[in-house]
Design a protein around this ligand. Sequence first.
Ligand code: FES
Length: 583
Amino acid sequence: MSTKPKNDSQPIAESGLRKGLTSYGDKGFSLFLRKAFIKGAGYTNSALDRPVIGIINTGSAYNPCHGNMPQLIEAVKRGVMLAGGLPMEFPTISIHESFAAPTSMYLRNLMSMDTEEMLRAQPMDAVVMIGGCDKTVPAQMMGAASAGLPAIQLITGSMLTGSHRSERVGACTDCRRYWGKFRAGEIDEAEKDEVNDQLVASVGTCSVMGTASTMACIAEALGMTVPGGASPPAVTADRIRIAEETGTRAVQMAKDGLTIDKILTADAFENALRVLLAIGGSTNGIVHLAAIAGRMGLEIDLDALDKMGDETPVLLDLKPSGDHYMENFHDAGGMATLLRELKPLLKLDAITVTGRTLGEEIDAARPNFKQDVIRKFNDPIYPRGSIAVLHGNLAPGGAIIKQSAANEKLMEHEGRAVVFENAEDLANRIDSPDLDVTAEDILVLKNIGPKGAPGMPEAGYIPIPMKLARAGVKDIVRISDGRMSGTAFGTIVLHVTPESAIGGPLAHVRNGDRIRLSVQNREISLLISAEELAQRIKDCPITEPTAERGYKKLFLDTVMQADKGVDFDFLRAAQITGKTPRK
Ligand code: FES
């Protein structure tokens, strides 16, 4: 039975269903019309007077990493209603790594725009954003950061691991490992197909510390999830309980006016960067954090981040830096155990979605117990932070290397450049028996940066040339302006800035040049004189890529470099007011 309506001719309060009324020139009529339509779905006035909690549904047949979306939404709604709110589910773009061409990164900013504009356009007092696969969580946080309302992140959760001939396997480090074995002729076609059935054992995100798991941990470190929200696997009761709690929490955030700017502070980003280093997280985490921070008017200071690495050991023993999988991280206590180890290094006063500080949440978490996945601070898996920032004449704007997943010997290396002009050139020649390459050389791949590909694909994980792979070579120094999947490993220099497509020095590397990599000295240098480099730049002017229309035009005209998060320039905060981490 319908309850008595509030007098709609009274001044319109800016909350709930009364927020953001459609423009008809008469607010009372706008609300009258809106209520008439929603009542067509059977809602009562009592329901419509409650705080409205938007729930972003990113379920898609093209996105198995979000395959538990229906159960999560049901649990979030339950949580919202238990707390007296009105849940309103709505869709946005969903992006899966393997189903997005040319690359998921190309579409991340589009998803962030969709998220931002739907949060602005539709009436809601708070929003629960459900994401999981690599680009979805950063896209949602970027959009919410710009929209500015109370927002809470719900992670879909990791997939389960599988078993191949009694060996435990999981996406996607083992996908790469088995593909490498196949390329090297160590397994045959039949075994390749057999393992393909086992690598992804359930719905959910990749089971190692790839970008999705990294962003889940980062979201919790930022204070954007309920405590413990990063680690429960997708198909567990723990994940569903987190979903219910998230819905309940969203209602309180709406009532308290706990907007996202109170959470995404410089201190929160510092905590997130600290966690990124300590978990051996994906290098993509830096790009995404730079983009989210840019929306809040903050710039990531890469040199300060590098310094942070000196005092932040890798504590998490997860693939690809270690041995375990996300479900083991969860069993070991998840982020609470890790944060407790890092506590002396964290900004404990940072506010989280609970309205309490990160320090208070760490103190309130369940006590530690014996486990072997999250190491003690003084017994790390790797003594320094997982990511190092490099400079030199090859990367005046910086480059990065995931040192915890690299080969110790190759991190101090000088070699001859074997150059590929673009991804197509690489595909055409990398497996040629005639390729002039040895294990001592350095592979250079150009034109896979933000504008080059476009969309900065994860092609930085250049395959070992077939003839070297067959000879047993497992690693070789590789350099590009692209990205690498968080699940990959090797001595791989990424995000060379500025990229070659806009005329960065990388564009002017030639076959046979000598290159020096010294992670110890944070150096990546092309060993030619400044005069020679200047002459090459003069001789070969670069024409930047353009497009005639559509999203590609928007992308190529406005995308920024890796150090700015590969965001569009017009989406960044109008003013950059500070840097994080602080030196
Ligand atoms: Fe979705 Fe790895 S492909 S998380």
